[in-house]
Design a protein around this ligand. Structure first.
Ligand code: AMP
Ligand code: ZN
Ligand code: FE
Ligand code: FE
Length: 278
């Protein structure tokens, strides 16, 4: 199995990179990509921990982007984490994240959640404060019982503590990935809940920017959704990617590497990669 999408505690995942490696070995994965939100900081520890195994590590990132009014995620695979384009993008996105987090905290304060920004930062342990950290604060403070509820009541788009963020455009996201030698993949297309024609418009934009792949399988999906996305990938001649979008026990419905297999009719993005453990 192959998992090209997961998160560590360098963004909003629960596991350390070393814990992800342990899980990847237990799941007998051949290839693992770490794709933290807007940061590559976990990759050093990931490589270090993977040294003891034959696991093939792919340097990845999940770039937050804005397209019309939608928050879209673009995965970069096989990027050089030291590339200046990636460093510059990370810097800009961290600033956007901090400013958004401060505004989310102001919104939450009006509901009686005190010092939400400080609390979210403490939970995160770093500046990469994401909405899941605010979800944890809302749970800890007894405002909601679980993460989906925190999004449904407060944090999701259209809810009172949703703050639009100054993310990169699709073009900027894809360009930075390219300039770092990577391949750009449209993440979890089903999650955006777009109409078919909107999804096609997004894919046209993504392809025009230089994107070459899409996640046909991502986290929890039905068989029908997987088949539909496989057809979309062939229709637009996009290479197919697959990942669990694992964030940790209790945060993800699918364990690391346990997402559904890719349908036969799509072309895996890893097909042309040089993998030394085959
Ligand atoms: P952020 O990058 O801070 O906007 O957070 C994005 C992360 O929030 C995603 O990777 C998901 O893990 C999580 N997320 C987004 N929407 C939801 C939702 N409706 N329910 C649960 N988790 C969500
Ligand atoms: Zn996440
Ligand atoms: Fe995502
Ligand atoms: Fe993700």
């Amino acid at each position: 199995m192959i998992d090209l999408h997961c998160h560590s505690n360098f963004s909003d995942g629960k596991s350390t990179p070393a814990e992800l490696i342990t899980k990847a070995i237990a799941a007998r994965l051949k290839i693992l990509a770490l794709t933290d939100h807007d940061t590559t900081a976990g990759l050093v520890a990931l490589h270090e921990a993977a040294k003891v195994s034959t696991l093939h590590i792919v340097n990845g990132i999940e770039v937050s982007a804005q397209w019309k009014k939608h928050d879209i995620h673009v995965i970069g695979l096989n990027i050089d984490p030291e590339a200046s384009s990636i460093k510059a993008l990370n810097c800009k996105q961290v600033e956007s994240r901090i400013s958004r987090a401060q505004q989310i905290a102001v919104c939450l304060a009006s509901f009686g959640v005190t010092e939400a920004y400080q609390k979210a930062r403490t939970l995160a342990g770093h500046a990469q404060v994401g909405r899941p950290h605010f979800a944890a604060v809302l749970i800890n403070e007894g405002f909601v019982q679980n993460v989906p509820m925190a999004f449904k009541r407060y944090l999701a788009r259209g809810k009172p503590a949703y703050v639009p963020t100054n993310w990169a455009s699709i073009e900027e996201a894809v360009l930075s990935i390219h300039q770092a030698g990577g391949e750009a993949v449209l993440a979890h297309p089903v999650k955006y809940k777009l109409t078919r024609s909107k999804l096609y418009a997004l894919i046209e934009t993504f392809k025009a920017a230089g994107g070459i792949g899409m996640e046909v399988v991502s986290g929890m999906m039905t068989n029908e959704e997987v088949r539909a996305m496989a057809d979309v990938s062939t229709r637009f001649e996009l290479l197919a990617s697959s990942g669990s979008d694992y964030h940790g026990e209790g945060m993800s419905l699918i364990p690391l590497g346990k997402q559904r297999p890719l349908p036969e009719n799509c072309t895996p993005i890893w097909q042309h990669w040089q993998i030394n453990n085959r």
